[in-house]
Design a protein around this ligand. Structure first.
Ligand SMILES: [Zn+2]
Length: 334
């Protein structure tokens, strides 16, 4: 149950993936339209899209849930349509500032160019943003397993569609995601230099499935001012000091962290340690469909321990760390 106060609270979403957040009924409808449904019933389909309790505990089984949505998100209109649905869903949760992230390169199997794959998302974001008066922007992700060279190509394309070049929603940030082991952040330094020169905000998935060294690298070598997950920072007092000192925000995604095993069930979420040390945090969904969660639910999880005022303050201060220009206040004024 979500309390009214949480439901109505203005929220900020800084870390949400498109592919893992498409409402199952939308994926199902598009699959049926194209005769692509791998199972006969919607109930069976939901099992394929949402992490089941017995599948918990590994990042790889979590990532496996991204497989089916990609059958439909290879086509411009589908991408725009699902983006709009994801943004609608965020708006219904009281999200007023919405950063969505996505990796163009895994949506090009049917022939879209990088530019088209980016523009398709922006098209959906713009339509939804107008309807809801919501500030939006896209973070372009390079998948670590595709290597540093592809990351450079993507950061160049991302900078080419930066929001600075648009009247409305554009690309606002750059990120790396995918398997952390074997792909340390430092390998992606050049891609981040290009993104920074293009005026994009910098974040990286780090410390979800690896120790705190990768978070240090994301900050010191890539120049990130935000970190995705950052769970392993709790074991590194020096790093906690650094995050607090330089006001580097950790994009916390509690439900996702328990599901991937980044945080063990029964263990307190790192968010508490971050708050105790003065490290800025955001409450994020990561993937609303895979994790079967919502922005309100992630906020509600901490209501009894943190209280309403602290949760409202987390959302207020997260806004200061947005990559959207003007803190998201100047967008959509056309
Ligand atoms: Zn993520």
């Amino acid at each position: 149950m979500i309390s009214d106060a949480i439901r109505e609270m203005p929220k900020v979403e800084l870390h949400q993936h498109l592919d893992g957040s498409i409402p199952p009924e939308v994926t199902w409808r598009i699959m049926k339209n194209h005769g692509l449904n791998p199972v006969e019933t919607f109930e069976e389909m939901k099992v394929l899209l949402q992490l089941q309790p017995q599948e918990e505990g590994s990042l790889l089984s979590y990532l496996d849930k991204f497989h089916y949505p990609m059958w439909i998100t290879q086509f411009y209109e589908n991408i725009a349509e699902v983006t709009e649905a994801v943004a609608d869903q965020a708006a219904a949760q009281g999200v007023e500032l919405f950063e969505l992230r996505y990796s163009p390169v895994i949506h090009m199997y049917a022939g879209l160019t990088v530019r088209q794959a980016i523009r398709a998302v922006l098209s959906g974001l713009n339509k939804a943003a107008k309807r809801h008066n919501m500030s939006t922007g896209l973070i372009v992700i390079a998948m670590r397993q595709h290597g540093p060279h592809v990351a450079k190509i993507l950061s160049r394309a991302a900078a080419g569609d930066s929001e600075r070049l648009h009247d409305r929603a554009g690309v606002v940030g750059f990120d790396i995601a995918g398997a952390e082991r074997g792909n340390p952040p430092r390998l992606f330094r050049k891609a981040y230099e290009i993104a920074a020169r293009g005026g994009l905000g910098l974040t990286a998935h780090a410390g979800e499935d690896e120790d705190s060294r990768c978070i240090w690298q994301a900050i010191d070598e890539l120049g990130c001012t935000r970190v995705g997950h950052g769970c392993s920072a709790v074991n590194d007092p020096e790093l906690l000091k650094r995050l607090a000192r330089d006001k580097i925000l950790v994009e916390c995604a509690p439900t996702s962290n328990y599901q991937t095993g980044a945080v063990a069930r029964g263990e307190k979420h790192p968010l508490f340690t971050f708050l105790e040390h003065g490290v800025p945090v955001a409450l994020c969904t990561d993937n609303t469909t895979v994790s079967n969660t919502s922005q309100s639910r992630e906020s509600e999880m901490f209501l009894s321990e943190l209280g309403l005022d602290t949760i409202a303050e987390i959302h207020r201060s997260a806004r200061e760390h947005t990559f959207i220009k003007g803190g998201g206040l100047a967008v959509n004024s056309d």
